[in-house]
Design a protein around this ligand. Structure first.
Ligand code: UGY
Ligand code: MN
Length: 267
């Protein structure tokens, strides 16, 4: 069975405030590494290739080689005509999120930006770019952690539509869950979005690991004792128990895609 995620509460689209802030300077290194965290910006990217992909530049934002991660996040830049050369993904569970439209894959043919798909462990996927421009895909991959008595999760596809408000969330902070909140799933994928000036309710310190990809806007991420200016297309890794706080900044809404391991006790 296939679960279709539907947005519930519509948030009013925000009026565009002009002028926009200037883009970050590519030559300015905002990236960095500290206790339990690192930040990678587009100016820090270094492209790799993977054997099951043709005409695709791979940015390995995190893998278990970082020492603590139990997850990988890749940014794939798939050129026109590029994509998988064979069904890929053997033995892992996967979450795919299209940053640009035009890709064909488990989320559908010629899918719009923000289409996504979850594939349970054991399923493989193919992806192709039949459009005329390069299209980017976020790929999250991890080993499934089964739990006795809990059924394995089913595939999920959807398109992350307008933001939905989570009951109990603070004013100006919205959270859209992309996967069902069921114990079958050993991770959550969410889109957190923030009105400018919204207050993140606390400095969090928790067992769960995060990988984060900035989808829009800008702000300041506090990781342990360090402050990082972050904006669209930046990546953040947070190890278990890394103190974390976000100051939404800029003149428009900011949003990020967030991975969090869930529903397991950490052993
Ligand atoms: O759910 C979370 O742990 C989330 N609030 N953390 C974060 O955005 N850094
Ligand atoms: Mn957190």
């Amino acid at each position: 069975t296939q679960t279709q995620i539907q947005p519930q509460t519509q948030i009013q689209p925000q009026t565009q405030i002009q002028p926009a802030l200037p883009p970050f300077q590519v030559s300015t290194n905002r990236g960095g590494l500290g206790p339990g965290h690192y930040v990678i910006t587009p100016s820090n990217h270094f492209g790799s290739r993977l054997p099951d992909f043709a005409s695709t530049v791979v940015k390995k934002l995190t893998t278990p080689r970082n020492g603590s991660a139990r997850v990988a996040m890749y940014l794939l830049e798939i050129e026109p005509g590029g994509g998988t050369t064979r069904p890929t993904g053997d033995g892992f569970e996967h979450f795919l999120y299209a940053l640009d439209g035009g890709l064909s894959g488990p989320f559908g043919e010629d899918a719009p930006a923000s289409a996504f798909a979850f594939l349970p462990a054991g399923e493989r996927f193919e992806v192709a770019n039949r459009s005329a421009s390069t299209a980017r895909l976020i790929w999250v991959k991890r080993r499934y952690e089964a739990h006795p008595g809990v059924p394995d999760p089913a595939p999920v596809t959807g398109v992350a539509g307008p933001m939905t408000a989570t009951p109990g969330s603070v004013p100006g902070v919205y959270r859209l869950e992309l996967l069902p909140a069921e114990p079958s799933f050993d991770f959550a994928m969410s889109i957190l979005s923030f009105d400018p000036g919204a207050v993140f309710p606390k400095v969090e310190i928790h067992d769960e690991e995060h990988v984060l990809y900035m989808l829009e806007g800008r702000g300041v991420y506090v990781l342990d004792r360090a402050h990082y200016e972050v904006g669209e297309d930046d990546f953040v890794y947070m190890a278990p128990y890394c103190p974390q706080y976000y100051y939404p900044g800029g003149l428009s809404r900011s949003a990020y895609l967030l991975y969090k391991d869930a529903n397991r006790d950490g052993f």
